[in-house]
Design a protein around this ligand. Structure first.
Ligand code: ADP
Ligand code: MG
Length: 426
């Protein structure tokens, strides 16, 4: 793979875009391309396979949507679906479809989102019209392929959006099956916030001499976000949350829990104490998930309790606060949860609740983002010690950093020595 760091062009006009595209960018209020857009768009327009790595909230969707729209060919030349965008979650399918539709302003492009949890009938009806662009989750896309309602034989471009996440949640076999059914001549674009070895392997196997563009080499976390942690005993988390919300008065907040059950339970309790609370997780009916996301986007919900599955990739610009009620299980989930705020250079704040035995997890996150979280203070919740991992946990965290197998159930405890890099900064 070749790696380039393309210097950003100054404006969209210099990227060689059509008048139609410039007009829709104008209508969308996009004045300048973000670095990933400036880097990726010209290469993608040239038909090259690109692996684009950039942290969340940097405009990756438009980076692939713009070249796709610009390269669409008339129906008389190419019949059927020309571009397929694979995304990890249903919410993202809807969101990415909307972003592409916004950028397709002034064109008669038919764009359909295909995702599970919705009756397949309606989607089949939509696909009866010539559909230039399909955005979907791998499972449902395969379903349509098997039924013959989605034909990829004339596909010009396939996009793997949030590739790291799709692999994390076990979509590899589906993705590979889909890619094998796409014509060899197609272009492949891969977008990811991180490029761990499995993503690299996928790129090597299914992309043609891809160019890698890395816009977030080390600094994975967004720098406009202030990141704090609280040390708190498990049984006091709820009181801390209520007190924190009172103090902070967030414009909009997402409160993350580890499991669906915990999400439901917290929602039940919190709605009695705080106005405008709702919740979202994978066990809810799709119609309920759609309704909650819509209300949240419209600002009708101030505080959403959520699991990681739905938190990923969500782009709502008014989110001022991320609260990790439960510390995330995987470091990358931390980066993604926190990335829901501070979008496009706005200010945001993130609080992570850490119970005393979760010190190792906190250390692992700090190593992942290569910076330290600040300790937050709130009256009545003072703590003297920062929870710390034991030497074994630190070693395990380091092993994980090196891409080795993390321990199945890490034993957590206090009082160990932090690794040199972190210790130095303490
Ligand atoms: P990512 O996929 O990198 O997490 P998104 O594609 O979701 O980021 O974009 C984040 C937000 O930035 C969206 O609200 C999008 O509409 C907005 N956006 C994208 N490109 C631009 C731009 N050039 N100028 C202004 N806003 C933009
Ligand atoms: Mg994205």
């Amino acid at each position: 793979m070749t790696e380039t760091m393309t210097p950003p062009a100054t404006g969209f006009a210099e990227l060689g875009l059509s008048e139609t595209m410039l007009a829709s960018l104008d209508a969308a209020g996009y004045l300048e391309p973000t670095p990933i857009q400036a880097g990726l768009i010209p290469r993608a327009l040239a038909g090259i396979d690109v692996l684009g790595q950039a942290r969340t909230g940097t405009g990756k969707t438009a980076a692939f949507a713009i070249p796709i729209l610009e390269r669409l060919r008339p129906h008389s030349e190419v019949h059927g679906t020309q571009a397929l965008v694979l995304v990890p979650t249903r919410e993202l399918a809807v969101q990415v479809r909307e972003e592409i539709a916004k950028l397709a302003h002034g064109r008669k492009t038919h764009i359909v989102a295909l995702y599970g949890g919705k009756p397949i009938r309606g989607q089949i009806e939509k696909l009866k019209r010539i559909t230039e662009i399909v955005v979907g989750t791998p499972g449902r896309v395969m379903d349509h392929m098997a039924r013959g309602t989605l034909v990829l034989s004339n596909l010009q471009c396939v996009v793997l959006d949030e590739a790291d996440r799709m692999l994390d949640i076990g979509f590899r076999p589906d993705i590979e099956k889909i890619l094998r059914r796409c014509p060899d001549s197609r272009q492949t674009l891969l977008l990811s916030a991180t490029v761990p070895p499995p993503v690299e392997k996928l790129a090597q196997r299914y992309m043609r001499d891809p160019e890698t563009m890395n816009f977030s080499p080390k600094d994975v976390s967004v720098d406009t976000i202030t990141q704090y942690y609280f040390t708190v005993d498990r049984d006091r988390k709820f009181d801390l949350l209520v007190k924190l919300l009172k103090r902070e008065q967030p414009t909009q907040a997402i409160v993350f829990c580890r499991t669906k059950q915990r999400t439901d339970k917290l929602h039940e309790h919190l709605r009695r104490k705080w106005p405008g609370v709702d919740c979202i997780h994978g066990d809810l009916q799709q119609s309920a998930r759609d309704r909650v996301m819509k209300a949240f986007r419209e600002g009708k919900i101030a505080c959403m309790v959520a699991t990681d599955v739905v938190g990923r990739g969500i782009d709502v610009s008014n989110i001022s606060h991320i609260i990790n009620y439960d510390i995330p299980q995987f470091c990358d989930d931390y980066v993604h949860r926190v990335g829901r705020t501070g979008r496009m250079g706005r200010e945001g704040v993130a609080y992570t609740f850490v119970s005393p035995e979760e010190g190792g997890e906190l250390t692992r996150i700090e190593m992942r983002i290569n910076s330290l979280l600040q300790r937050a203070e709130l009256e009545g919740f003072e703590q003297s010690d920062k929870p710390q991992g034991t030497p074994e946990e630190i070693a395990a965290a380091e092993a994980e950093q090196n891409g080795e197998q993390p321990p199945a159930t890490p034993k957590m405890g206090r009082g160990g020595r932090a690794p040199r890099r972190i210790r130095k900064a303490l």
